[in-house]
Design a protein around this ligand. Structure first.
Ligand SMILES: O=c1ccn([C@@H]2O[C@H](COP(=O)(O)OP(=O)(O)O[C@H]3O[C@H](CO)[C@@H](O)[C@H](O)[C@H]3O)[C@@H](O)[C@H]2O)c(=O)[nH]1
Ligand SMILES: [Mn+2]
Length: 692
């Protein structure tokens, strides 16, 4: 047995995926050979053929990007029990929570998240929790005051009894009523707990610092939504605790695995190789999720293969929540400057003078001093004599709405502005400087959060993502430029391309989905006739592709229904939210309107078992986002009935639409079934007459 000192804190485990690779390449080959067939026969066919060729070329390109992502799947195993033997003293961590709207994000959700963070297994005096409230809501503030009081009972209680789920809301709803024995035990211990809490002088048993921040906002000053909030939190924490590591979560994402900070440290501390990880991204699992994922947004398969796949290249994207950062990376350092690669910079070089720092970081002297410490590698506050009033004064200054003017904040330092998906943009900047990142997937899942339910809430979220990602493609921070001019690896660039073109996919998808109906209505065709061998290629493509995606779901232990719901929702999203994402970016590029961050409604789970059938039903509102998909469905229904009755114009040149088009048409209708139901549904389950 090796001594614990030499045992690694983490291990990179490549996954075997020979069969998947073979299926991916088969699909790619079929796509290419089918494209060739289309190309060679372009002259004999009309517009639908050309359109189909263009759309299929795009699908082939997207498929190529997806093969690149999934080629090398890796897992990272972490061993927190070895951590203390290797690292005698754990570093401080500042934990950030953002909330913005007390109605869409009820304070009880934020309170749970905060309590779960305060209670993680980590020395309490090394932790501090900062909550940013962009709503400036008295309700949220009052809830947090109460939280701070409750935490003094809750944190020691969790640690003493090694409670697993440390978000009280979830703990009490799941475990308390399991046996009467336990309840009486618990009651006695509740009384005992008060003994524990009297012992508040002992910091190790205490509660981490909790700070409420509501930054200054004024109509004339852009506040940059969440990215702006994160930058304020970074500065405020800089002048108070200045921890070298920062964890950030959205208000709904509570810590589900009390050891998560230790797991993350295994990846951030370790050897030189590990120190190249700029951030540790945890997966976002959903709690109280509806059965079979009716809205296709629990993202289990996406995270399983996408994040693990990029893990085999430069590392996962930054997902905006459930992520541990190195403060010095957020402050703009590259791996070389951080002394990880190449020579360590001499201390003279590192010690930038105050003026240079102030032009980059802003005018606060307290803050620039703290930043200088971080940049030179000194971790944590050096002077233990905590001058809280001085810190608070500085905190007020750095949270002001005009503090960032003329500084590097939002461009080279901190969370980057200019995209509704500030997370991906910020992570891209970090990768472009040459840093890596890593996906952390311990059991039980580290964090759990909400997924929106119902049509409109899902649309808000997906539209924002499509908008934000497309903003990145057209900005000066685009991944293509980052590969050409900076250190973004080529394959990593292809991974970024895969997601930043999400919105653009709507156009070819919508065209392709319109083809069957168009062909039936005009009695033309775009599917090869049965007499041609190419029919086997497109048939095989259809079957192998669906079996391949289905196998991905089955391997994750998900049901066939979940697979179907996700496939269907992907088509619906494309014809709705993604299309509108493209429109809003076009309007922005034309200078006609600005993009806005619309907060997603955080529903508390409505049912305990997640089996309520109505909760999974697609809902509508009067938003124009539903118009294109409704039109698509109406046209297909018309085409289908005309095709079946046989009232079609006579075909030109002998061949008209055939069985192929009818099957495709029916397939489109099947995919948009929620809209077909919406045509006859009542209330929120029906498509409003204005949309129709
Ligand atoms: O002006 C704002 C707007 C939002 N938020 C916070 O940002 C977070 C994310 O907003 P939410 O509406 O929950 O968006 P989601 O689509 O659920 O979030 C995903 O997508 C966002 C980017 O679009 C990322 O910022 C998130 O981390 C990621 O989880 C929440 O904590 C909000 O309170 C602010 O602090 N200020
Ligand atoms: Mn969210």
């Amino acid at each position: 047995m090796a001594s614990p000192i030499f045992l690694p804190l983490q291990e990179k485990v490549p996954r075997k995926n020979t069969l998947q690779r073979a299926s991916e390449l088969t699909i790619f080959y079929l796509l290419l050979s089918f494209l060739l067939y289309r190309l060679l026969s372009l002259n004999d066919h009309g517009v639908p053929w050309l359109l189909a060729f263009l759309c299929e070329s795009w699908f082939t390109f997207v498929w190529f990007l997806s093969i690149n992502i999934k080629w090398n799947l890796v897992d990272h195993k972490t061993y927190p029990e070895r951590l203390l033997q290797r690292v005698p003293e754990l570093p401080p961590v500042d934990m950030f929570v953002t909330t913005a709207d007390p109605v869409l994000e009820p304070p009880i959700i934020t309170v749970n998240t905060v309590l779960s963070l305060l209670a993680v297994d980590y020395p309490t005096h090394k932790l501090a929790c900062y909550v940013s409230d962009d709503g400036g809501s008295p309700l949220t503030f009052y809830s947090l005051v109460e939280t701070a009081k409750f935490a003094k009972l809750w944190v020691p209680f969790c640690k003493k009894y090694d409670i697993q789920v440390r978000a009280p809301f979830h703990y009490f709803s799941s475990e308390l009523n399991s046996s009467s024995d336990l309840s009486s035990d618990l009651l006695r211990d509740w009384r005992e707990m008060k003994v524990i809490w009297e012992n508040k002088d002992n910091l190790l048993n205490g509660v981490p610092l909790l700070v409420y921040v509501s930054r200054e906002k004024q109509p004339k000053h852009p506040h940059h939504f969440k990215a702006g909030a994160m930058n304020v939190l970074t500065r405020v924490s800089g002048v108070i605790t200045n921890a070298p590591f920062m964890l950030n979560v959205d208000c709904d994402l509570f810590a589900n695995n009390p050891q998560i900070v230790l797991h993350a440290m295994c990846l951030l501390l370790g050897s030189d190789k590990e120190r190249e990880y700029a951030f540790v991204q945890c997966p976002q699992h959903i709690y109280g999720g509806l059965k079979d994922d009716p809205f296709g947004n629990q993202m289990i398969v996406l995270q399983e293969y996408l994040a693990r796949g990029i893990g085999g290249i430069q590392g996962p994207f930054y997902g905006g929540t459930g992520c541990f950062h190195r403060r010095k990376v957020i402050y703009g350092l590259s791996p070389v400057e951080a002394g990880i690669r190449g020579r360590n910079l001499s201390s003279d070089n590192r010690k930038s003078n105050v003026e240079v720092l102030q032009t980059k970081f802003g005018k606060s002297t307290v803050f620039t001093k703290s930043a200088a410490q971080i940049l030179s590698g000194i971790t944590g506050k050096t002077d233990d004599s905590h001058d809280l009033s001085r810190s608070l004064e500085a905190a007020n200054q750095v949270a002001g709405c005009n503090y960032e003017y003329g500084t590097y904040w939002g461009t080279k330092i901190g969370w980057v502005y200019g995209s509704m998906t500030e997370d991906v943009l910020t992570g891209l900047g970090i990768h472009a400087r040459g840093w890596g990142s890593v996906f952390c997937t311990p059991e039980p899942p580290p964090f759990l959060g909400c997924a929106p339910m119902g049509g409109p809430a899902c649309m808000t979220q997906l539209k924002r993502w499509a908008t934000g990602l497309l903003e990145i493609l057209f900005s000066k921070n685009s991944p293509i430029l980052a590969t050409l001019t900076a250190k973004l690896q080529f394959r990593q660039c292809l991974c970024y391309l895969y997601i930043v073109v999400w919105g653009l996919r709507s156009i070819p998808e919508l065209c392709y989905a319109a083809l069957p109906a168009y062909c039936i209505l005009t009695n033309t065709y775009f599917i090869p006739k049965v007499s041609e061998p190419a029919i086997f290629k497109i048939g095989a493509l259809f079957i192998i592709f669906n079996l391949y995606t289905l196998s991905e779901y089955l391997r994750c232990g998900l049901s066939i229904r979940t697979w179907w719901n996700n496939q269907r929702m992907a088509r619906i999203t494309s014809a709705t939210a993604w299309l509108f994402g493209v429109l809003s970016v076009v309007l922005k590029l034309l200078g006609l309107s600005e993009t806005v961050f619309e907060v997603t409604r955080k529903d508390q789970s409505t049912t305990d078992d997640g089996n309520d059938t109505d909760a999974g039903r697609f809902t509508f509102d009067e938003s124009p986002v539903f118009v294109p998909a409704t039109a698509l469905v109406l046209v297909h229904l018309t085409a289908l009935s005309m095709g079946l009755v046989g009232v079609q114009p006579s075909a030109r040149g002998g061949y008209g639409s055939g069985l192929g088009e009818v099957i495709c048409c029916a397939w489109v209708v099947l995919n948009f079934l929620p809209f077909v139901k919406g045509l006859v549904g009542k209330g929120k389950y029906g498509i409003p007459s204005s949309t129709l």
